[in-house]
Unconditional design. Sequence first.
Length: 120
Amino acid sequence: MSRGNKPANLDYVINLRKLKEFRRRAGLSLKAVQEATGILPSNLSEFEHGRIMLQFHKIKLLIELYGLDVFEVLDILRLRLLDPKLLRDFRRACRQVGTTPAQALRDFLVVFVREARNAS
């Protein structure tokens, strides 16, 4: 990884504070992330503080390791496609019925497509 590839404002593109929160929520130390991904603790710390950029495939490894859903990834990338309150309510509803946001979205899409086909 090149240490000199820091965009002018990395935190503008990726919500680094949120990414660090997700790592901690997953109960992972910098060392544990290294063991799972090969990303050096110093590099991950530098990335979380916006001093260096990680290669995309390494960011993808972090997303998978932290178990992030599509909405959390969009949040990290600062892409606000949904009202935050609606998203919180959706996550709460998923927990109440014992499903993941990804599974709930998949189920919705299956039903939506089936009904659209039946309507035409």
